[in-house]
Write a protein that binds this ligand. Sequence first.
Ligand code: MF3
Ligand code: CO
Length: 236
Amino acid sequence: MRAACKICAEILILLREQVKPGVTTMALEEFANSEILKRKAKPAFKGYYKYPNSLCCSPNDRVVHGMPTRVPLKEGDILSLDFGILYNDFFGDSALTIPVGTISAGARALVAATEESLYAGIDKAVPGGRLFDISHAVQSYVEAKGFSVVRDYVGHGIGRNLHEEPQVPNFGVPGTGVRLKAGMVLAIEPMVNEGSYEVRTLADGWTVVTCDGGYSAHFEHTVAITDKGPEILTRI
Ligand code: MF3
Ligand code: CO
């Protein structure tokens, strides 16, 4: 898992460096595919429920599962990139939201709160804890900043499959949910809306957008629970 997650993280960092006004998300998809090939890895998402790409590219009011397009990014956009790798029979999954040039103060606050909420959740990924301690930590961090957590999509266990038990919601009651044990690996992935948490899917069957048109941000790490605490496998 460490090897798959390292490849996932390396490529996401390279992708982040390319994001600027004028770049298209299709160019990012093509770049990701060439980096995957170089490392003899496989994309985790392509073919999953017939999803046709390696990357999910979700700008602005897109929440998750946006498709790469030929539309150039523009100054002030925020772009969520979600990326998964299959390598030596194991999966790695990570996401981040990248500012395109200079973004508004409101967008900056949304992106920062989402990333910080991920780390608040990761802090609770310890043996002896409960699953929804993670969920609650994310939710309470986000709501204290005045934003809302998406309910309709959740994080997940990960390993030999991209999605394994348990589901990891970004909201919940602390002290409840399955007992966390060393050896579990979770993809923790807050999806956070500026406005209401309500989302809907576009006619392409994939792209999830906010109902109110507000911006949405997404950060994700694959995290192993160990006796020494959480080990973030997709951070290098
Ligand atoms: N990281 C997302 C997830 O965990 C990506 C799934 S997109 C899909 O669900 F295309 F693979 F479905
Ligand atoms: Co995921």
